[in-house]
Design a protein around this ligand. Structure first.
Ligand code: GLN
Ligand code: ZN
Length: 783
């Protein structure tokens, strides 16, 4: 019999119980015992759901109170010395100090898990560190599952992925705070590797970490565990040769000890490059992601070793659409013929990245709902596929027919296919979206129109989202505050923000975005082709969850989305009010995207909708428009060979949205991160007149890359870190601008914060901006 299994289940709970439990624990409303008991209830419930769905093997250890990489660090005893851990078992205090910081120590660094929006805690490595089994957590959970009669398949992050995702740290640098500002130029690493601040190779730690893995495996075997899942998603990246070799030697070493059978799980992209190594690896099974990379199956089926299990992920663990079960079966059948019961069926990856249960969505219309599947439904789909393979399709004829009908309805629904949108896209043809004139001509036209001083000051868009603003929005949603009153409240806020900027002397003011709950949701709610769920939460990090919009159909913009607000703000000032939009790539990236057409096509549709908004803003007299693209880099594919294709359509989508602007309209964009080096040409290709970026935390070092590349347009390097409540001094900001002037021609520089101010308090924002405007004056006087 073909087994069906899942690689991981969402941990947050149907009603976000985990968030509530954690936050109550952090605010000391409940104690550790209560927290652990609620966590155990969630695990219990999730295991039973998976059992009821018919899963033969159920993941254990995928549950985490914060993050599974952090759990792995604790299990391996990889605790940075600054947390003062000395015992034999990492306690919750240390665990949460690492995750969130403590009164004496900052938290560990966090970064995105591959190309998902899930963030993990980055392991820190130092040269002479040792590893030792320092947590009973996994074994306790296995016992817990076994006691409930659950067929547990413990899940571990494999040693190669664990080491690959960590960073080398210099313990001496940690002592004085230089650590954060020291940016190593990758001299010690192969490309694509995370960059630490110490020059040793973390791969040298492998021989030290393997004995702990071996010990874990031995203990699991002693507990009667049959299979263990080792997640090695790093294999989907371009791994350097020495890491590929290390993969072989690591699993050779582990195969020598007592161990349950190992299922090595890969996901998020093809691992065909390593097919020969993987087939020969001394593990009992492999898992492949056939949603992202169906073409890799043939490579693996060819001479697939007898005895080895092949688990195929055919149900999408990264998206919310109901599976095309016929297509899934077609993919599975040849493998089934060849492998028989050595074929397993699963979702493509852990379900951590999809919402929990569609059954809870009682506000979605029936048609839309019939197109969707969340985690629970995805396991049902996996089970149906398993039954079809084991007992023939007749036994599941009804289920297959329902799925087929949903696929058909989605293919043909007029709600999805809008001929006008299709026509518009065709009309674009090969048009690459260039503005009318090249940048120098535009710059001249804009200077003549706006007559801004040298080093103009501006901000990134949002001003503090005060409790009053959030309360008004909530009341409006609940019907307790009328639309008119809500609008009045927001206008009052805009008036305040504009007045404050006038008083401060900001050259290019903004309206402050009080009316926006979220920079993507705000637009999604007004665009056709988008839908919203009530409970479609997925974990972003720790107790922070996001509820991405669903893009289900062709995107268009029925009516203006921001014009009235911007127009109102402009009516209050003589200065040029900057209009504020979210860009097509960011809207795409932070939504669940339709899978029935390439992402780039959806991006172009959004680009055209944004272009309509740009046009209406211009017609309403707005002369400066910012199109934010903070997720531009995040959309990069995992493998370098796919980068060009992505960057081509991403920059084109941006240009298409901005193209309509005449020469004397100034288009800004904003990106808030500091890893630009390898994508600068693609950023230049967006051809925004002004780009504002985050630089203050890297002490303007980032600008060197812009200078070396000869970035042609204007730049606003952030002069203060909005992530911190600290008010930066005038001298500090002048100092940063002095650095900037050395590498970028003075006439092309702007002065602004690193990012939007919405999470800050007015008490921090006002003095910080006062200092920023004063800094601008001093810089102007000198240059
Ligand atoms: N305009 C947005 C703001 O200021 C930009 C936010 C972002 O870059 N993430 O809030
Ligand atoms: Zn930003």
């Amino acid at each position: 019999m073909t087994s069906v299994h899942s690689l991981g289940f969402p941990r947050i709970g149907h009603k976000r119980e985990l968030k509530k439990a954690l936050e109550s624990f952090w605010s000391k409303e409940i104690d550790e015992k209560e927290l652990q008991s609620r966590a155990a209830q969630l695990r219990d419930r999730h295991w039973k759901i998976q059992q009821t769905c018919g899963m033969d093997l159920i993941p254990v250890g995928d549950f985490s109170l914060y993050d599974h990489m952090l759990d792995m660090s604790c299990t391996l005893g990889a605790i940075p010395p600054r947390y003062g851990f000395s015992g034999s078992q990492v306690g919750l205090d240390t665990f949460f100090a690492m995750a969130r910081g403590s009164s004496t120590q900052p938290a560990m660094e966090m970064t995105k898990w591959f190309d998902t929006n899930y963030h993990f805690i980055v392991p820190e490595f130092h040269e002479n560190m040792t590893f030792s089994l320092s947590s009973e957590r996994l074994f306790d959970q296995v016992k817990e599952a076994q006691a409930l009669g659950i067929k547990a398949k413990p899940v571990l992050v494999g040693p190669i992925t664990y080491l690959w995702l960590g960073k080398e740290k210099d313990l001496n640098a940690e002592a004085h705070h230089e650590a954060q500002h020291h940016h190593d130029d990758s001299a010690c690493h192969g490309h694509g590797a995370p960059v630490g601040n110490a020059c040793f190779d973390r791969l040298t730690l492998l021989p030290k970490v393997l004995p702990v893995y071996a010990e874990i495996l031995e203990r699991l075997a002693a507990m009667g565990v049959d299979w263990v899942q080792m997640d090695e998603p790093a294999l989907a990246l371009d791994l350097p040769a020495e890491w590929r070799k290390a993969l072989e030697s690591a699993y050779q070493t582990l195969s020598k000890g007592k161990s349950p059978k190992i299922l090595l799980a890969t996901y998020f992209d093809s691992v065909a490059d390593h097919a020969e190594i993987l087939k020969a690896l001394p593990v009992a099974g492999l898992h492949l992601d056939l949603r992202r990379a169906p073409q890799q199956l043939d490579t693996f089926l060819k001479n697939y070793p007898a005895e080895k299990v092949l688990s195929l992920g055919v149900v999408d663990g990264r998206n919310v659409w109901r599976a095309d079960l016929d297509a899934g079966l077609k993919l599975l059948e040849p493998a089934h013929q060849q492998l028989g019961e050595r074929l397993w069926v699963a979702p493509s990856c852990s379900l951590l990245h999809t919402p929990v249960d569609l059954d809870q969505e009682n506000e979605l219309d029936a048609e839309l709902k019939s197109w969707l599947a969340f985690s629970v439904q995805k396991l049902d789909e996996v089970a149906i596929l398993g039954r079809a393979l084991n007992a023939g399709v007749d036994g599941v004829a009804q289920e297959l027919a329902t799925a087929r009908a949903a696929v058909h309805s989605r293919k043909t629904s007029p709600r999805i296919h809008n001929p006008a949108v299709a026509q518009r896209l065709e009309g674009l043809g090969q048009d690459d979206g260039q503005r009318k004139s090249p940048f120098p001509a535009r710059e001249a036209a804009q200077r003549a129109r706006f007559k801004l001083p040298a080093f103009p000051t501006t901000s990134i868009g949002s001003f503090p989202q005060t409790p009053e603003i959030r309360k008004a929005r909530l009341q409006n949603r609940k019907g307790e505050l009328s639309d008119t009153d809500y609008q009045k409240a927001m206008e009052a806020e805009i008036a305040l923000v504009v007045k404050e900027q006038e008083r401060l002397g900001i050259d290019v003011p903004v309206h402050g975005e009080p009316e926006r709950n979220d920079m993507v949701e705000y637009f999604g709610e007004q665009l056709a082709g988008f839908a919203f769920t009530r409970h479609g939460w997925v974990q972003s990090y720790g107790s922070r969850y996001v509820k991405p919009p669903l893009i289900f159909g062709d995107v268009s913009r029925p009516t203006p989305m921001t014009v009235a607000w911007s127009q109102y703000a402009q009516s209050l000032t003589q200065r040029p009010m900057k209009g504020m939009l979210t860009g097509p790539v960011t809207i795409l990236q932070w939504s669940f995207v339709r899978d029935d057409q390439p992402r780039e096509r959806t991006a172009l549709q959004i680009a055209l909708a944004i272009r309509d908004e740009v046009k209406d803003l211009i017609d309403a007299g707005i002369g400066i428009i910012q199109i934010d693209e903070p997720a531009y880099r995040e959309g990069l594919p995992l493998k370098r060979k796919d980068w060009d294709h992505y960057l081509n359509w991403a920059s084109r989508a941006f240009r298409i949205s901005a193209q309509i602007a005449p020469d004397d309209v100034q288009i800004h964009t904003h990106m808030c991160y500091s890893e630009f080096n390898d994508i600068l040409p693609a950023i230049a290709a967006m051809d925004a007149d002004v780009i504002t970026i985050e630089t203050s935390r890297s002490q303007m070092e980032l600008l060197d890359a812009f200078a070396t590349f000869n970035y042609p347009n204007e730049i606003g390097p952030g002069v203060y870190d909005i992530h911190s409540p600290r008010v930066p001094s005038v001298e500090e900001m002048v100092g940063l601008m002095e650095k900037a002037v050395k590498v970028v021609p003075a006439e092309r520089l702007w002065i602004n914060p690193d990012c939007g101010l919405k999470t800050r308090k007015w008490a921090e924002v006002t003095p910080a901006l006062e200092n920023m405007v004063e800094a601008a004056k001093q810089v102007r006087a000198k240059h």
